[in-house]
Design a protein around this ligand. Sequence first.
Ligand code: NDP
Length: 245
Amino acid sequence: MNQTSPRKRALVTGGSGGIGSAICRQLAADGFHVIVHANRSLEAAQTLVAQIRAAGGHAQARAFDVTDAAATAAALELLLADGPIQVVVNNAGIHDDAVFPGMQLRQWQQVIDVSLNGFFHVTQPLMMPMIRTRWGRIITITSVAAVAGNRGQVNYSAAKGALHSATKSLALEVASRGITVNAVAPGIIATPMSRGSFDPAAIAQLVPMKRPGRPEEVADLVSFLASEKSAYISGQVISINGGMI
Ligand code: NDP
């Protein structure tokens, strides 16, 4: 437990997904009240909340589309009525791959809308309440594709790379307020998102450790960044990729 009273609240976007659910479980185990966010999979988020509560943790589920500015603002306003949210994990993301000459405008816009515009819609309203408490953690899940580039992912790497820059700038703005802002850039992590893209042979070729990462390994890093122990780390992009770069 890294928790002192009152219990801090952590919002994990895409908490219904593979990496997000592992992050929710870990932050709940760390003592946070976890807001498990979903878009279409509210039922999965509610199941996770029930599991967290059964294990003695504190959690609630909320569903909204992070690309919908008005819906996101309304949902956050309701949540903020109960007090500040001091940890946000911007984890919601999609990929929609195509080599660039064949990429449709729709593919470009949707991927950027979820990752980059979603970051603004979710994080910006949380800032002033967080600043008032003089403590906060903003953690954004990006990708090795933004660090090294990846064929077929010009849209995805552009969105995630922009989040690296946003992380560095926002870290400077809030450094004196006890708020850290960091990005976690995973390599290939074993979730439904990566399963369709990488077979075991490709993973053996791309990853020096010859295995995909586990969602729990990403969650452990997020747990550290959400804790007091990471108070002097801000504006960083931290890779977790089995030695890929
Ligand atoms: P999943 O597909 O399992 O989860 C994606 C999550 O994002 C889901 O909870 C989904 O919600 C949510 N989401 C998607 N679109 C929206 C939207 N418009 N509004 C709100 N929420 C949305 O993916 P992973 O767990 O694998 O990935 C999580 C993050 O990690 C992503 O940002 C991804 O880019 C990143 N990442 C993943 C890697 C991997 O190998 N798996 C590697 C590097 C980075 P719902 O299902 O409820 O609709």
